[in-house]
Design a protein around this ligand. Sequence first.
Ligand code: ATP
Ligand code: MG
Length: 287
Amino acid sequence: MEISAKTKKISKQTLFHNSTPRIIAIVAHKGGVGKSTIALNLSASLAKKGKKVLVMDLDSQNNTGLFFGVQDYIGKIPTMSDVLYQTTTPDKAIIRVRENFDLIQGNRMLAKFVMEKGIEPGSGLILKNIMDENASFFRQYDYVFFDSSPSHSILHLNALLAAHTTFVPLICDFFSVNGVAQIQQTIDEVNQNIDLLKEYDPEGIYSYMNIGLIIANMLDRRMRGRVDKALDVVKEMYPLKLASNPIRVCSQLMDCPEKHLLIGELAPSSTGSEDFDLLAEEVLNLV
Ligand SMILES: Nc1ncnc2c1ncn2[C@@H]1O[C@H](COP(=O)(O)OP(=O)(O)OP(=O)(O)O)[C@@H](O)[C@H]1O
Ligand SMILES: [Mg+2]
């Protein structure tokens, strides 16, 4: 039997199973669609609203570390690869980047992890097991986000098995709409693995994965016809999943990484800042 978010009709109301923290993997099989931008600016908006947030970077590009200009800490403070290789515990790898906002940065060693662990049986559960073993540490956070790489890898599988749900950025073009379908396929495969895990380990706590929110990004109203067409397709394919608050194209968002500033700090009156605050409100209402 095919198990998918669509067939199981998981609604937005049941994403997190009342768990603390709420764990969200930001995924897309396409590069440059705004995964890191959303992970960081959405986290910042939630942190501003008093929620305690952790971003874990599962991309060897380490764009989150570069964003905050903390890449020089590599070698002094452990990173995600040290956590995944279990040479340290997550609490030792935390960098406090803002009030209420912590980061565990990625680094190039994540690419080695993909090469080495990609073929090892059971290696998809490494992150979930680490988070279960360190549950009391993670409980201090309201939200944990995984920023992920565009390519499908064992890191993706780790993110999907450890998270409660996924947020999928969408650029309103044909390829990106097709990319959401690819994510759904991956999630269906993960859910089939969960069925097997439940048979193998009846005591384990495994929850089915789903697409929680599809976030339209870089929305350009000058392209209204094409944008509306893409959004209509997504609404039809994934009812209830499209975030009510899209992120409009905002040139200041492109300046943020170089200035090491979040959009709310660099340009508090910009559309980007407004959109992320509205999106954060929407996320706060997900249970
Ligand atoms: N709404 C937006 N308006 C303008 N620029 C944006 C917007 N969202 C993201 N960008 C810019 O687009 C570029 C790609 O964004 P980002 O790095 O977040 O994508 P990504 O999906 O994480 O990429 P990768 O797959 O390489 O990790 C960045 O320069 C970012 O500043
Ligand atoms: Mg990125």
